[in-house]
Design a protein around this ligand. Structure first.
Ligand SMILES: Nc1ncnc2c1ncn2[C@@H]1O[C@H](COP(=O)(O)OP(=O)(O)OP(=O)(O)O)[C@@H](O)[C@H]1O
Ligand SMILES: [Mg+2]
Length: 254
């Protein structure tokens, strides 16, 4: 569904992504792991057109989008919903209005349809009873879920999560992780999750890509990566063994 072909991006003399190639299959959850500053966010921003690659291609279905004009990108952004690292909700708007905000701007819906779409999105993140609350009355984890609902309201085919669990406590991390898994199963969306949390990746990813210094150092299913000979991957795995007891195993998509 999405294919990066020899994508390169530099800032000045610093090469951040160096001929990166990989594909994301329809319906899968792909994790992109890497230490801080390896270019994970830069990669996602290239996909949604917030940054442009220096060379290489990005294919979405059968279209090469990396040279699209700003206007052409609008339709891509409707298909690819990004959940940013910070929830960034409007403090002065209720949960309902926060979720409705983008919809009002982008779609001409009748009030009943709008309301239905907002409530459905909040139901998907299990927050429909809190629609009249304000963001400062919610926990950080709940705010994060509202920000996911806001993205879901636009019905994207692809969901991008930039570090969805960074800075969350272990319990909330598990909740958000399970939510990403549940959404992928229920909505059949394709998900790309950028993270440095190997435990989350092992729990819910169908495939994992490990980035380091501009290159993909390894990729495969969680089981394949557990046998990796790459030092960075082993290091990530050691952290998982140190911090977790036993990861819940879940049924994976093919
Ligand atoms: N617009 C920009 N201009 C110049 N340099 C940038 C820009 N965006 C990112 N960089 C640099 O590119 C590198 C990769 O940044 P990026 O944000 O993608 O890292 P990351 O892997 O997402 O890290 P983290 O896990 O901390 O979020 C960093 O060194 C960053 O300073
Ligand atoms: Mg980042």
């Amino acid at each position: 569904m999405i294919r990066f072909v020899e994508l390169s991006k530099s800032f000045g003399s610093r090469t951040i992504l160096n001929k990166i190639s990989f594909e994301v299959r329809t319906g899968e959850i792909l994790f992109i792991l890497g230490t801080s500053g390896t270019g994970k966010s830069v990669l996602l921003k290239n996909l949604v057109g917030l940054l442009r690659p220096d060379s290489g291609q990005i294919w979405v279905d059968d279209q090469e989008i990396s040279r699209y004009s700003e206007e052409q990108y609008l339709s891509i952004r409707r298909q690819i919903g990004m959940v940013f690292q910070q929830p960034a909700l409007f403090d002065s708007l209720t949960v309902f209005e926060n979720v409705a905000f983008g919809l009002r701007r982008l779609e001409k819906l009748l009030p009943d349809e709008l309301s239905k779409r907002v409530i459905e999105s909040l139901q998907l993140v299990h927050l429909h009873q809190l629609e009249n609350r304000y963001p400062n009355e919610l926990s950080y984890g709940q705010q994060k879920r509202v920000s996911i609902a806001r993205t879901l309201a636009l019905k994207p085919k692809v969901l991008l999560f930039d570090e969805p669990t960074t800075g969350l406590d272990p319990v909330t991390t598990t909740t958000v992780n399970e939510l990403i898994f549940e959404l992928s199963q229920k909505l059949k969306t394709t998900s790309i999750v950028v993270s440095h949390d190997m435990k989350c990746a092992i729990d819910i990813a169908h495939r994992i890509i490990v980035l380091d210094k501009g290159h993909i150092v390894d990729q495969g299913t969680p089981d394949e990566l557990k046998k990796s000979e790459q030092e960075l991957v082993k290091e990530f795995l050691r952290e998982v063994l140190q911090t977790s007891q036993s990861a819940p195993t879940k049924e994976k998509l093919p």
